[in-house]
Design a binder for this molecule. Structure first.
Ligand SMILES: Cc1ncc(COP(=O)(O)O)c(C=O)c1O
Length: 428
């Protein structure tokens, strides 16, 4: 579609030379060439929702399909498939400060939340409350509400200002009746990122267990689960880890808790010896007890390729670039977007945010549609009024950010977004 706006790059504008200098100094810049990127003008700022396709992934999956499945057939279970979920877990472990053997990749984030939240509640039988906040992802809250209902507990959803974690209110909510505190470490809309160690310590002081959702943290910020003595965590592999659509999720259980906790979603893949086909379930002694059914081998193999790229780049460098990209958006937004009605809807403190940024605008849904179609920038929309920009560190350049912000500004100045439907449809 002819947008009517110049799509850049905007060589003569303020900030462009700075963006080029930052890209030149970026040690991770070459990683972008290891993803499937064509020469279209499209700028992808949604890697926090679905990461880009690593160039290696099709060959890895093809090998799994043609050789392992096509030729080796059932024998492949003994030739690598059996261990794959735990092996991919060990690849995720250093990205989240976990030790080998504490992470397994299986099922979805939502299902993993069910397992670990259920296990935690069973381990705190005398306590009547679950605590979360209203920044948490809806699926997490649905899981917690369902478990609260079934176990006759109360779910307290601590209200926030919509951007920052409600710290004093949260601290007040966590008391000696609390069985479980479950929060997103990095909030899916604003990117607010909790102090993992401080919150975990506060919950432990009250005798509660803590379950962190790392979906928007892993591959974006540094996470030190072991350093914080964190109990439990889950997270997606299809966002900043570039694992592919619907790629299986990871779960983490601190080593000393593995034996103590029982997976409430029992199934044969969590059994000590599934191929004995015993009717009495004996949980595996290791992290595999938190598996349920046969893992999706092809998806696991695909996910391994994406996770491997973040592991190779090193999470410290990845997180540092994420912080710089968000700071660059913030800087450009202040001069170029604030006068056009955009409000910064992420934290100002760089230590308290992830690798995505939210810009609030009263017409955000229309603006998002126009930006995708006319501006050739793909962000996403988060109701009620956020245009969310995902700044996946391995695939986003500073020139991308400069160009995308300028396209957004020109689009709103042109008024072209006003022609788009006000009512949201489809997946955003
Ligand atoms: C923070 C967070 N938690 C949980 C989920 C749900 O993940 P899944 O659909 O894989 O269960 C998502 C999905 O986007 C998410 O962003």
């Amino acid at each position: 579609m002819n947008s009517g706006i110049d799509l850049g790059p905007y060589l003569d504008l303020a900030g462009f030379d700075d963006a080029v200098d930052r890209d030149d100094a970026d040690d991770l810049a070459a990683f972008a060439t290891r993803f499937e990127v064509d020469d279209s003008p499209m700028i992808y700022l949604d890697g926090n929702s679905l990461g880009r396709l690593p160039s290696a992934t099709p060959a890895v999956v093809d090998q799994e399909v043609r050789s392992a499945w096509g030729k080796r057939l059932i024998r492949s279970w003994n030739e690598g498939w059996w261990d794959l979920a735990a092996e991919v877990g060990d690849l995720v472990a250093p990205l989240i400060g976990a030790s080998p053997g504490e992470v397994v990749v299986s099922e979805s984030t939502t299902t993993n939340l069910h397992k670990l939240a259920g296990a935690a509640l069973d381990a705190r039988p005398g306590r009547s409350k679950i605590v979360t906040d209203d920044l948490n992802f809806p699926s997490d809250v649905h899981v917690l509400a369902g478990l609260a209902h079934r176990s006759d507990r109360v779910l307290e959803i601590v209200p926030s200002d919509g951007v920052h974690g409600p710290l004093p209110a949260l601290a007040a909510a966590i008391d000696d009746t609390t069985a479980l505190v479950s929060l997103s470490l990095t909030a899916f809309k604003s990117g607010y990122t909790y102090d993992l160690a401080a919150l975990t310590a506060a919950a432990h002081e009250a005798g509660a267990l803590v379950l962190w959702d790392l979906s928007h943290s892993v591959g974006a910020v540094e996470v030190d689960l072991n350093g914080a003595n964190a109990d439990l965590a889950v997270g997606c592999t299809y966002k900043f880890l570039n694992g592919g659509p619907g790629a299986p999720a990871f779960l983490y259980v601190r080593g000393d808790l593995i034996h103590e906790l029982r997976n409430p979603i029992t199934g044969w893949w969590g059994d000590a010896d599934p191929f004995e086909f015993g009717l009495l379930h004996e949980p595996a002694s290791d992290i595999r007890r938190f598996q349920v059914g046969t893992p999706p081998v092809l998806s696991l193999a695909g996910a391994q390729a994406g996770i491997g790229l973040v592991a190779e780049a090193g999470i410290k460098a990845v997180a540092a670039k994420g912080r710089d990209l968000v700071a660059f958006v913030e800087e450009l937004a202040a001069s170029r977007l604030a006068p056009l009605g955009f409000r910064w809807a992420s934290p100002r403190d760089p230590a308290r945010r992830g690798a995505h940024a939210a810009l609030a605008h009263h017409d955000a849904w229309r603006v998002t549609q126009a930006l995708v179609e006319l501006g050739e920038v793909i962000p996403d929309f988060r109701a009620p009024d956020n245009v969310r920009l995902g700044l996946s560190p391995l695939t986003t350049s500073f020139v991308d950010v400069h160009t995308a912000v300028e396209r957004l500004a020109r689009l709103v100045e042109s008024g072209a977004h006003a022609g788009y439907p006000a009512v949201r449809t489809g997946i955003t």
